[in-house]
Design a protein around this ligand. Structure first.
Ligand code: NAP
Ligand code: 8YV
Length: 318
């Protein structure tokens, strides 16, 4: 079979994804080129598809200018805030993402992070490893008991989180831009109103301009001194400076964070705090789920080039 068309991969993806794309397409590994700029100059005009990961950098108009034959950007991840989807739409470029295959994994992680933060599981583990148990019992932790949970972004993942929370016997409320008619949880029209009404705020909205610093000093103040923030959405959704201040002053009790403003860099101020649990953006990072995401990236590209119908195109500009 003749391999066609040409696909650009700006940054490395899983070996299975590379192998599957290599098998079917002419794959251009941009990160292996000694001069990526010169490579784009010479090969950009023949590229018709792009396989994007979070390491790929901005996928925007400046890149599209260099890829005049580009038809599709297949993103490895459900969040596509690093892709200028509005600009892609203007140029008739399809953007796909990986919804559905990661909802349960990310929701599981959110639950783990919530419990780890409240019950101080990483700190308790360190206590044992550091040989401190013989010196006395580990200090009593805060609890999930009696807490009210606010979900900021009751989408596919938010709903998977809510389903899990139902088993924990805690009241659930949510905020989104609009009330969902088929949902029984209490709705709050603003993030501040939601934070006021709950003791744990779980952020799982998309990143991008519309949600930039949606969780700001005012929302954190509304969450209050016994409040806990769990962020599994994007670092841009939380004002990180305001969060550090709120944690330092006791304006909130603690935070569990899987995402940060400037990944992979996490502020020193957060890294030295005892009342936070910090994860390196691992919401979907199991072998099982990453394989499913990779397969969907490949399948979207094949579906587009075989019959012009991508499996999971994004519906709204990022
Ligand atoms: P989704 O199904 O599209 O749900 C997004 C939810 O956010 C919707 O309920 C939406 O409700 C709400 N929302 C959107 N814009 C908003 C705004 N401006 N203000 C308030 N609420 C808003 O998305 P999903 O699949 O659940 O994924 C959500 C995000 O999670 C992704 O975009 C990604 O950034 C993040 N994520 C992180 C990880 C990780 O590893 N930590 C993994 C996967 C995904 P309305 O439309 O009613 O506003
Ligand atoms: C991935 C994610 O970690 O799907 C998303 O939006 O944030 C995660 O599943 C990421 O996209 C790939 O590194």
């Amino acid at each position: 079979m003749t391999k066609t068309p040409d696909i650009l991969m700006p940054a490395p993806m899983a070996p299975a994804v590379i192998a599957a794309l290599d098998d079917r397409f002419v794959l251009h590994r941009l990160w292996e080129q000694p001069d990526s700029d010169a490579y784009l100059e010479s090969h950009g005009p023949i590229i018709r598809g792009l396989a994007a990961s979070t390491l790929a950098g901005a996928i925007d108009g400046a890149l599209f200018d260099r890829l005049p034959a580009l038809e599709i950007v297949a993103n490895f991840g459900v969040g596509y805030d690093k892709i200028d989807a509005a600009e892609a739409a203007v140029r008739g470029i399809v953007v796909t993402n990986t919804p559905g295959v990661l909802d349960d994994e990310v929701a599981d992680l959110a639950m783990g992070l919530l419990l780890a933060t409240l019950r101080r599981l990483p700190q308790a583990d360190r206590y044992v490893r550091d040989g401190l148990w013989p010196t006395g019992p580990f200090p009593l932790s805060p609890t999930l008991r009696g807490r009210r949970i606010g979900i900021l972004g009751l989408g596919a993942i938010g709903k998977a989180v809510a389903r899990r929370l139902t088993g924990f016997d805690v009241p659930i409320a949510y905020h989104g831009r609009s009330r969902q008619p088929d949902v029984d949880y209490d709705y709050h029209a603003t993030p501040v109103a939601l934070a006021t009404a709950c003791d744990v705020l779980i952020a799982i909205v998309p990143g991008g301009a519309a949600t930039k610093r949606l969780v700001d000093a005012e929302v954190l103040a509304a969450l209050g001194p016994s409040g806990v923030l769990i962020n599994v959405s994007r670092g841009s959704v939380v004002d990180e400076g305001a969060l550090v201040a709120a944690l330092q002053t006791g304006a909130i009790l603690g935070a569990g964070l899987d995402v940060f403003e400037d990944e992979p860099h996490v502020p020193e101020a957060l890294r030295v705090m005892e009342n936070v649990v910090l994860l390196p953006h691992v919401g979907s990072a199991s072998q099982h789920t990453r394989a499913a995401m990779g397969k969907l990236v490949v399948d979207n590209l094949i579906a587009w080039f075989d019959d012009g119908r991508p499996i999971t195109p994004v519906t709204t500009p990022g």
